[in-house]
Design a binder for this molecule. Structure first.
Ligand SMILES: N[C@@H](CCC(=O)N[C@@H](CS)C(=O)NCC(=O)O)C(=O)O
Length: 325
C-alpha cells in the first residue's frame, strides 16, 4: 500500500521518461455459454473520472451504444491526491461527481482491495465492476470500449445494437491508427508533460506535434472528399480515442503539459473542424465532456508541475462553436 502512495506523484523514471504501467484486470463480457461475465442489465457498474481521457472513452461509448440504462456510473471527485481518487462527501463536495453508488466507499482504492486484497498496482479509472461476483471485470479503457461496442448487443434495441465503432471492414485501418496515435498523441501529451529532463521533453513534444500534423493531413483529405471522420464517413473507436485527447488539448495540455508549439483552434483547421463536429453534433461527446473537471483535475492534482494549483482562466471559450473558426 505504501508503495502505491509513494508512486502516485512520481511520474517520471530516473531517466526523466514517463512510462504508463499496463492495466491488470482484463476479462471480457460475453454471451457465450458458461461465460464468467455474461451480459445482464443492471449487473455491471462503471467507475470514472470526468477528467480522465481514458475513462472519457468509456463514457462516450456507453452513451453512443445506448447503454446508460443498463450500466450505472459512479464519478469520482476531480481532485487526485497522494492516495489517488476519492468520492465527494458533505464536507468535500464536488459538482458533477457522485458517491460510490455500489458500496459508499470513500476511495477508489477500496474498490481495488475489494477485488483483490493483495492488489499492488495503481488505482486507476475507468473500472468496469461486476456487482454479482463483486470484482473488477476490466480496468483497461481500450478493452472496455470494445466490450461496450458488442458485449451487450443481445440486450439492446435494433438501432443501438447496429451501431458498430469497430466494424470488421475497418478493423485493420483502425488498429493501424491506434498503433501510432496512442503512443505519440494520447499518451504523448503525458510523456511530454511528465518528463523531468529538458532533452526528454523536447523529443516528446516534437514527436507529438509531428503526429498531430499527420492526423491533420488525414483529416484534410477526408474533408476534401466530403467525409467527416478518421476512416471516412463511419464514426469509429479511432475517433473516440482521439477525441478525448483533442478536446483537452487547448484548455489543458497546451499550458499544463507544455504542448505549446501550436494550438488546435488556430493552427489545425481540419482537427478543429473534426473535434467541433463531434462535440456539437453528436450529444454523446458533448454530454460526456466536463471542462470544469478536466481543468481543475490537471491543474490542481500535479503539485510537481503546478505547486500553487492555480487554474488558468483561459482559453475562453473551452471550445469554439461550429460557425466560429
Ligand atoms: N490504461 C489505462 C490507463 C488509465 C489511467 O491511467 N487513468 C488515470 C487517470 S487519467 C488514473 O486513474 N490514474 C491514477 C493513478 O495513476 O494513480 C486505461 O486506458 O484504462
Amino acid at each position: 500500500m505504501s508503495e502505491n502512495k509513494i508512486e502516485i506523484h512520481k511520474f517520471a523514471d530516473s531517466d526523466g521518461q514517463y512510462k504508463r504501467k499496463p492495466s491488470t484486470f482484463r476479462d471480457f463480457i460475453s454471451a457465450k455459454e458458461g461465460a464468467k461475465f455474461p451480459p445482464e442489465a443492471g449487473r455491471y457498474h462503471l467507475y470514472v473520472s470526468f477528467a480522465c481521457p481514458w475513462a472519457h472513452r468509456t463514457l462516450a461509448v456507453r452513451s453512443l451504444k445506448g447503454l446508460t440504462a443498463l450500466i450505472g456510473v459512479s464519478v469520482v471527485h476531480w481532485h487526485m491526491d497522494d492516495k489517488g481518487w476519492r468520492f465527494p462527501s458533505a464536507d468535500d463536495p464536488c459538482e458533477g461527481a457522485t458517491e460510490d453508488k455500489i458500496y459508499g466507499y470513500k476511495r477508489l482504492s477500496e474498490l481495488y482491495y475489494k477485488a483483490n486484497k493483495d492488489y499492488n498496482g495503481r488505482f486507476t479509472v475507468p473500472v468496469l465492476w461486476d456487482t454479482k461476483t463483486q470484482t473488477i471485470v476490466n480496468n483497461e479503457s481500450s478493452e472496455i470500449i470494445r466490450i461496450f461496442n458488442s458485449g451487450f448487443n443481445s440486450l439492446l434495441d435494433e438501432k443501438h445494437a447496429q451501431i458498430d465503432i469497430f466494424p470488421t471492414h475497418l478493423q485493420q485501418e483502425i488498429e493501424g491508427l491506434n498503433d501510432w496515435i496512442y503512443p505519440t498523441i494520447n499518451n504523448g501529451v503525458y510523456k511530454t508533460g511528465f518528463s523531468t529532463k529538458q532533452e526528454v521533453y523536447e523529443k516528446e513534444v516534437t514527436t507529438l506535434f509531428e503526429h498531430l500534423d499527420k492526423v491533420e493531413e488525414i483529416l484534410k483529405k477526408r474533408h476534401h472528399a466530403g467525409e467527416h471522420y478518421l476512416t471516412g464517413n463511419h464514426l469509429t473507436e479511432a475517433d473516440v480515442r482521439l477525441y478525448t485527447t483533442i478536446i483537452r488539448f487547448d484548455p489543458v495540455y497546451v499550458q499544463h503539459f507544455k504542448c505549446n508549439l501550436k494550438m488546435i483552434r488556430y493552427e489545425y483547421p481540419h482537427l478543429h473542424l473534426w473535434v467541433r463536429e463531434l462535440y456539437w453534433t453528436i450529444p454523446s461527446f458533448k454530454d460526456t465532456t466536463n471542462f470544469d473537471h478536466i481543468k481543475f483535475h490537471y491543474t490542481k492534482s500535479h503539485p510537481g508541475i503546478n505547486p500553487h494549483q492555480i487554474t488558468p482562466l483561459g482559453p475562453i471559450p473551452n471550445i469554439h462553436h461550429l460557425d466560429e473558426d
